[in-house]
Design a protein around this ligand. Structure first.
Ligand code: AP5
Length: 220
């Protein structure tokens, strides 16, 4: 069975946390545009510096760049049996571009999984998030701490960092951008009967089980 879906939701909803676990569970790649853009940023190239500035402000990176990255990534062989998109699409024009990409590559989406989390909870999650700069795993100082304080469980000796865009003023801007440009996609995908909403405020393991159940129900 091919499982290809979008993890959708506001900043801090748990898209990355769930996508990493689901990718292992279903043996399909986790494609995070945020992680891929952070790699572009780390390259230090002129494009990387431009991307860095935009992300620091909490705004969206130009669509052409993100669409090109996703189009190329989906052509890789590991996507032939499914994939999880995390952070893309983020606007209606990006969703239209994704339709074209999938049509050209003879692929299709099984679902768009929408994690529902209140804004109050999101702010608490983002302010306590710590991230591994090597494997991108997200921790939380209270809700999901690493075994050894300050260090990634999976990457020997790698110190966790606070993402630059998790500062309070940037978080506010990211939430504004979500409400104005990304949230309309809920209606877009609901109208196309692929939207599956999940209560993202439950503990991470329950959220994971709920998402897996969506696909197991489909398969039976
Ligand atoms: P991106 O990296 O995609 O950030 P985001 O969408 O804002 O999402 P986050 O990574 O902040 O949150 P998440 O939902 O993955 O939550 P997480 O699992 O980490 O994008 C960053 C930037 O890149 C954008 O602002 C933009 O500039 C650019 N960009 C990316 N894609 C783009 C695109 N398509 N077009 C244009 N620009 C683009 O969890 C958060 C915290 O909560 C963690 O601490 C975690 O441990 C904790 N947590 C998770 N689940 C739970 C739970 N159930 N209960 C309690 N705590 C939990």
């Amino acid at each position: 069975m091919t499982i290809s879906f979008v993890m959708f939701g506001p900043p801090g909803a748990g898209k990355g946390t769930q996508a990493q676990k689901l990718a292992k569970h279903f043996s399909i790649p986790h494609i995070s545009t945020g992680d891929m853009l952070r790699q572009v940023k780390a390259s230090g190239s002129p494009l990387g510096q431009e991307v860095s500035e935009i992300m620091r402000r909490g705004e969206l990176v130009p669509a052409e760049l993100v669409i090109k990255i996703v189009n190329e990534r989906l052509q890789e062989a590991d996507c032939d049996h499914g994939f999880i998109l995390d952070g893309f699409p983020r606007t209606v024009p990006q969703a239209v571009a994704l339709n074209d990409i999938l049509l050209n590559q003879r692929k299709q989406l099984s679902a768009v999984v929408n994690l529902e989390v209140t804004e109050w909870e999101l702010v608490g999650r983002l302010s306590g998030r710590r991230t591994c700069p090597r494997c991108a795993r997200a921790y939380h100082v209270l809700f999901s701490p690493p075994k050894q304080e300050g260090y990634c469980d999976d990457c020997d000796g790698v110190a966790l960092i606070t993402r630059e865009d998790d500062r309070e003023e940037t978080v506010r801007e990211r939430l504004n951008v979500y409400r104005s440009q990304t949230e309309p996609l809920i209606h877009y995908y609901r109208d196309r009967y692929v939207l599956q909403s999940i209560d993202g405020e439950q503990d991470p393991e329950t959220v994971f089980k709920d998402i897996v159940a969506l696909f197991e129900a489909d398969a039976s």
